[in-house]
Design a protein around this ligand. Structure first.
Ligand code: 3PG
Length: 206
């Protein structure tokens, strides 16, 4: 299964950096109960792999992914921990080889036409566009998408509630990622009621 298929039910992928496994499990449970079907745990904390393992075990109904992948070794570890898809801010030969070896659904990142064409050449029709806002936002994405009709995008980086609707209205955007509704403060404070309310509102407006 490729990443596009595994994320087909997700229009918004919460991108979470988790510092305590219990908080990650509670967040995933909250997101799942509020109606989200996937979560991406970034490899930007010591607790990331253990959190992926816990969520994969406790919430098998959720599609769990790993984000901020930089090395092939990280991809292998995340796969062993139970990640069902992997996302990287960029790409490298070693990442592409490891994704092939593991048959891991992978969303590599790109921001320029040459990077996107190189990924298309390797069969990647779903590509992360990162950092979306900082790289030029939706206008840039629309311009770059025009001569690349085969590519569908997973923009992340700097997206908020208003921008989310605008990105999702563009037919080349398969899904978006973001952390605006799962702030570190709310997760650390255990304010899952507020997160749940935000998610329900976001999903109702899609
Ligand atoms: C990512 O890793 O994809 C981004 O950091 C998520 O972007 P955001 O935190 O700006 O939403």
């Amino acid at each position: 299964m490729d990443a596009g298929e595994i994320l087909a039910a997700s229009r918004i992928v919460p991108v979470a950096t988790i510092h305590q496994v219990d908080q990650g499990e509670a967040l995933a449970e909250c997101l799942c109960d509020a109606g989200m079907s996937s979560i991406e745990i970034t490899l930007r904390s010591d607790a990331a792999l253990a959190t992926i393992e816990r969520i994969a075990h406790k919430l098998p109904q959720m599609t769990i992914g790993v984000g901020s992948i930089r090395t092939a070794g990280q991809m292998k570890q995340a796969h062993q921990a139970g990640a069902q898809f992997a996302v990287s801010p960029g790409c490298s030969e070693t990442l592409l080889s490891m994704a092939d070896e593991l048959a891991m659904p992978f969303v590599p990142g790109a921001t320029t036409p040459s990077e996107m064409i190189a990924l298309l050449d390797r069969g990647y029709r779903l590509q992360k566009f990162f950092p979306a806002q900082q790289a030029g936002g939706l206008n840039y994405l629309k311009a770059i998408a025009k001569p690349l009709p085969e590519v569908r995008f997973f923009p992340t980086g700097g997206i908020d509630a208003t921008l989310a609707a605008e990105y999702l209205a563009f037919d080349k955007v398969a899904c978006i990622g973001g952390s605006w509704f799962i702030s570190d403060d709310k997760v650390a404070a255990g304010d899952f009621q507020s997160i749940s309310n935000s998610v329900k509102q976001i999903l109702a407006e899609l």
